[in-house]
Design a protein around this ligand. Structure first.
Ligand code: RFL
Ligand code: PHB
Length: 394
């Protein structure tokens, strides 16, 4: 039940940790996943919804593609709304054929957990990691509690997939790491609604009242977001106020009606950009939100996590198969190049589409000029479309 040694100890059973475990299992590399929360909590945590083509390919190749293939909604574009006008970006035309898939993170997580447990691979829920020590030794150690008892797991490598508030990052001495970050002066109020989406594709709406995003989970469930001030209490937003505000922010010169339905979840989410460098110290590696977070406007967080662990799984398989650490030595630099591009794109989408409380009319004119440039220049549109649909893995 409690192994005392493994090749790769994985802290965190979110999408990063679960996918890494799946990829390592397929390469014959032993690993153990330690997840703080219980299974139901991890499977229901509302988060991302958009998968890049590369993410879909990785999930498919590792055997997690069957339900996604049946239930995922393939989207060929998004709509930008600003100045009471709508402009559609045609992704395949702009990127040479790339698309995105709407398939909720909750579903990806459910599929990966089922695969892991079916394979009999070690995945412990309710296992809270207290600390990771010995990063600069041959045998780093994870200390955790499970079922009220303290345990230790000695590893060849430890991977921190424990998200933004995780503990693994602290295994890297403060003198050896640096975090670059930026907070934003607004949050998102996110809701789930039992009503078919009023649009076929996602709508990103800039408006003087603030940003709104119209997304979906399934053909019968809508996922909607409103920009709100930091510190907003969801209780101040009764359902009717949310629907009225969504409708107002998406207003066009032509009639457009948002279908309403019962709201089944409501939460306020802060927005932050952060990158911790390097993503490796000795035998401890960081992946996904443990190493970097983005504001959700670019739909990049989950996709970056998938890219990190795909690169890392190849590197750890190379160590296992040949003893060579060449790919592992390059891991941090390989990932950070892509991470910083996604950081820039997420920052760009966020600052172009949101209206800060202290925003000047000059700033607003700049935003509208930028949106107009995207709507009228194929080059500007292609730049957005390439970043949104995802850059190549390496
Ligand atoms: P997670 O998902 O935070 O998982 C970390 C796991 O580690 C566990 N943990 C521990 N376990 C043991 N011991 C400890 N001491 C532990 N500390 C933490 C936690 O319980 C958890 O299970 O990180 P991971 O795996 O790196 O995955 C990252 C993604 O979850 C995240 O980037 C995305 O959800 C971001 N994101 C989006 N990404 C996209 O690609 N497309 C999107 O459309 C998108 N929309 C979103 C988003 C994130 C959002 N929120 C809530 C931040 C929309 C939202 C609203
Ligand atoms: C979502 O459906 O949750 C979603 C979609 C696109 C984003 C962020 C979140 O940019």
């Amino acid at each position: 039940m409690h192994p005392s040694h493994t090749k790769v100890g994985i802290v965190g059973g979110g999408p990063s940790g679960l996918l890494l475990a799946r990829l390592l299992h397929r390469s014959g590399v032993d690993c153990v996943v330690l997840e703080n929360r219980d299974r139901a909590y991890v499977e229901q945590r509302q988060r991302a919804g958009i998968l890049e083509q590369g993410t879909v390919d990785v999930l498919r190749e590792c055997g997690a593609g069957a339900r996604m293939g049946r239930e995922g909604l393939v989207h060929d574009g998004i709509e930008l709304r600003y100045d009471r006008r709508a402009h559609r970006l045609d992704f395949p035309a702009l990127t040479g054929g790339r698309r995105v898939t709407v398939y909720a993170q909750t579903e990806v997580v459910k599929d990966l957990i089922a695969l892991q447990l079916d394979a009999g691979a070690p995945l412990l829920f309710g296992a809270q990691v207290l600390d990771v020590t010995g990063a600069d030794t041959e045998r780093p150690v994870i200390r955790y509690t499970h079922q009220g008892r303290e345990q230790t797991l000695t590893c060849d490598y430890v991977v921190g997939c424990d998200g933004f508030h995780g503990v693994t990052r602290h295994a890297v001495p403060e003198t050896e790491r640096r975090t670059y970050e930026r907070a934003y002066p607004y949050s998102w109020l996110g809701v789930l609604a039992d009503v078919p989406p009023s649009c076929d594709e996602l709508i990103y709406a800039h408006s003087p009242r603030g940003f709104a995003l119209f997304s979906m989970r399934t053909p019968t469930v809508s996922r909607l977001y409103l920009q709100v001030p930091n510190g907003t209490d969801p209780a101040d937003w009764p359902d009717d106020r949310i629907w009225d505000e969504l409708q107002a922010r998406a207003a066009l010169d032509t009639p457009w009606k948002l279908e309403r339905g019962p709201l089944t979840a409501k939460a306020v989410l802060p927005m932050r950009s952060a990158v911790t460098e390097p993503m490796r110290y000795g035998r401890v590696l960081l992946a996904g939100d443990a190493a970097h977070i983005v504001p959700p406007t670019g739909a990049k967080g989950l996709n970056l996590a998938v890219a990190d662990v795909t690169v890392l799984a190849r590197a750890l398989a190379q160590v296992h198969d040949t003893g060579s650490t060449e790919l592992l030595d390059a891991y941090s630099d390989t990932c950070l190049r892509r991470v910083w591009r996604a950081e820039h794109f997420s920052y760009f989408m966020t600052t172009t589409l949101h209206t800060a409380a202290d925003q000047s009319p000059f700033d607003t004119r700049l935003q509208l000029s930028q949106l107009d440039r995207i709507a009228t220049s194929p080059h500007a549109a292609a730049e957005l479309a390439e970043n949104y649909t995802g850059l190549p893995l390496v």
